[in-house]
Structures are given as structure tokens and as C-alpha cells.
Design a binder for this molecule. Structure first.
Ligand code: PHB
Ligand code: FE
Length: 326
């Protein structure tokens, strides 16, 4: 209901055919190649390709856990009810020059503004969730739209994929097997539940399920146990955001390989380069930002603790920034 009352500030098509948007002191304009962002004390330019891929994920994940950096200058911080939009806040040079700028909005206002901008700025044939090898380019003057792609429903199981009434298992009828996962076995486990437990016992082949994913860098919830969420995803090319954590995240590399650039969350200075091969497990600390590079389509399990109390527990020292202290 409340979303229908939100007034998105946009102005009619510019000379390239795109709407321009205002949110607080920030102004957004796109041309054939770039997103131009200005705020009261500065401005920034990004490739519209990177910008739309990041914008798509920020919306689909409802601003995610902690910080979503679109690049080294622009991004959002989720306060779970309100969202900060910032420029230069996590960039040492901007901070030292006192050029950083940050504004806070009620989540529905920034959500609706971002959704309107993504829909208007995405041309026919461009899918911000697809790997660059599997979509047209985003560039050029305004040319149609791709509303079905940019509003696709995110998989969020309430118990587990395959449980009666929950997210469905994928089949040939609903999802094709990705070109890079043609060798993934499509076997399915047999389930023999005791009478009366048919709704409680379920199993599915996660590799087969992921081989049929048509999106990249988009963790979806496939199982839930209280605050413990299994969020596997298929990766190819570069994670289009640099995620700044507000909690520890576990990664289990299920296939192939991803290289992670790990930096200090606040300053961006280098912390580590982590190469994860199939079978490797890593726990990313809660005071870092990270961006992954996947040379081939790979399967990654992101394991999240969704407890709303964690950011405060870390701030007050009740929880460590590390998953394990050696
Ligand atoms: C992350 O920031 O931890 C993340 C985001 C998207 C992915 C994988 C990992 O696809
Ligand atoms: Fe992350």
C-alpha cells in the first residue's frame, strides 16, 4: 500500500531519451554510455553497464546486508528501515578532502526511485542479471525496455526448495541448463517419507538446481533454519558490486574458481586476495569489503546469519569481527 504513495522525482526524457531522477540532493542522468551522479558538493561518472548491474542487485536484495558499493565512490548502506545513499564515504581521499556526502531516506522512497530508474534506463535486450556473454549491451539512446527481466521474482524459500508449497524444483519445462553446466548430473534423490511426514521430509539436487540458474551474482535463499540462510548463486565475470559487510559471511566454493579482492571496509585499502577453488571454505570478516572474479561460470554457496542483532553486537564488541579466533 505505502509504495503507491511514494512520489518518485523524475523529469521528462532528455536528449538521449532517458528520464532524469532526483532523490534528496542527488541527481541522476544517463546518456548513451554513462550514468552521471551529482550532489551538492560534487559529481561522479560511471559506466552505465556497471551502474545498472549494481542498481539491479541493490533493488533485488532490498539493500542487502550493510554496504553496497557501486564502485569506489557511490553506494548505499542499509539500516533495515532506512537507507543511506553516499558519495565518497568509504574512500580515504574523499574523506580527507571532506568531499564525502551522505543522505538518509526511508527505504520505500529510495526503493521506488531506484526501481523507476532501473526500468527507464534498461533498454530492450539488456538483462542486468545476465553474464555479459549472455545479454545484449546496455548502451545507446533509449530503445524500449526489459521490464520482465528487471522485475523478476527473487527465489526466497521459507523452509526449503522442494518442500510442498515452497519454492519449486527447476525442470526442463521451467529452466534450461546453462551452457557451462552441461556436464552437471541431473540425478534427483529419492525420498521415502514415513506416512504422515510427507510434508516434512524433502531433498533436492542443489547442483542440478543451480545448473539451471539464468542469473549471475544473485544469491537466492534455498533453505532456512531460523536465522541461518543458505544463499547459493551462480557466478560469471565480475560481481557488479563491492559488498561491505556488517556481519561475517561464509563462502563455500561448490565448483570451479573465484578470486576475491578483499579490502578494508571503510578505507578501501587492500587486505587480501583470496583464490577459492572447488571445495574451499572461507569466512569473510565483518570489517571488510569484497568483490569476486569468476573466470568461468561457477557455483558458490553464500551462508548468511540474518539475525538483526548482529551489527549492534559487533559495534558494541559483544561479537567478534571474525568467525573464528585462532
Ligand atoms: C557477497 O557480497 O558476499 C556476494 C554477493 C553476491 C554474490 C556472491 C557474494 O553473488
Ligand atoms: Fe558479501
Amino acid at each position: 500500500m505505502s509504495d503507491t504513495l511514494i512520489e518518485v522525482q523524475s523529469s521528462g526524457p532528455n536528449s538521449d531519451g532517458y528520464q532524469e531522477f532526483d532523490l534528496g540532493g542527488f541527481h541522476f542522468r544517463r546518456d548513451e554510455y554513462f550514468a552521471h551522479i551529482t550532489w551538492p558538493t560534487g559529481g561522479h561518472v560511471m559506466s552505465v553497464d556497471t551502474f545498472l548491474r549494481a542498481l539491479q542487485r541493490d533493488i533485488a536484495w532490498d539493500f542487502f546486508y550493510g554496504t553496497v558499493n557501486f564502485d569506489h565512490v557511490f553506494g548505499t548502506v542499509n539500516h533495515y528501515g532506512t537507507v543511506d545513499m553516499f558519495a565518497g564515504r568509504f574512500n580515504d581521499a574523499y574523506r580527507k578532502a571532506e568531499l564525502d556526502h551522505s543522505e538518509n531516506y526511508e527505504t520505500p522512497l529510495i526503493r521506488e526511485t531506484f526501481k523507476a530508474m532501473l526500468d527507464d534506463w534498461t533498454n530492450e535486450g539488456f538483462d542486468p542479471f545476465a553474464s555479459p556473454a549472455e545479454t545484449d549491451k546496455p548502451f545507446g539512446v533509449k530503445n524500449g525496455s526489459n521490464t520482465d527481466a528487471v522485475t523478476r521474482r527473487r527465489v526466497t524459500a521459507s523452509r526449503m526448495v522442494g518442500v510442498p508449497g515452497d519454492e519449486k524444483i527447476r525442470t526442463d519445462a521451467t529452466h534450461t541448463i546453462n551452457r557451462m553446466f552441461a556436464d552437471v548430473s541431473q540425478d534427483a534423490p529419492e525420498v521415502h517419507a514415513e506416512p504422515g511426514f510427507e510434508d516434512e521430509v524433502a531433498a533436492f539436487n542443489l547442483f542440478a538446481y543451480l545448473s539451471r540458474s539464468d542469473v549471475t551474482w544473485n544469491p537466492s535463499v534455498v533453505s532456512v533454519c531460523k536465522n541461518s540462510l543458505y544463499c547459493p548463486t551462480t557466478e560469471e565475470y565480475i560481481l557488479p558490486v563491492v559488498h561491505g559487510n556488517d556481519r561475517v559471511e561464509w563462502f563455500v566454493q561448490l565448483s570451479d574458481e573465484i578470486v576475491w579482492d578483499v579490502q578494508d571496509r571503510d578505507s578501501g585499502s587492500a587486505r587480501a586476495k583470496v583464490t577459492m577453488k572447488a571445495g574451499d571454505v572461507a569466512a569473510m570478516p565483518s570489517d571488510i569489503r569484497h568483490q569476486g572474479y569468476s573466470p568461468k561460470r561457477s557455483m558458490l554457496l553464500v551462508w548468511e546469519n540474518a539475525s538483526p542483532e548482529i551489527p549492534e553486537m559487533i559495534r558494541t564488541g559483544k561479537a567478534s569481527v571474525y568467525a573464528v579466533d585462532f
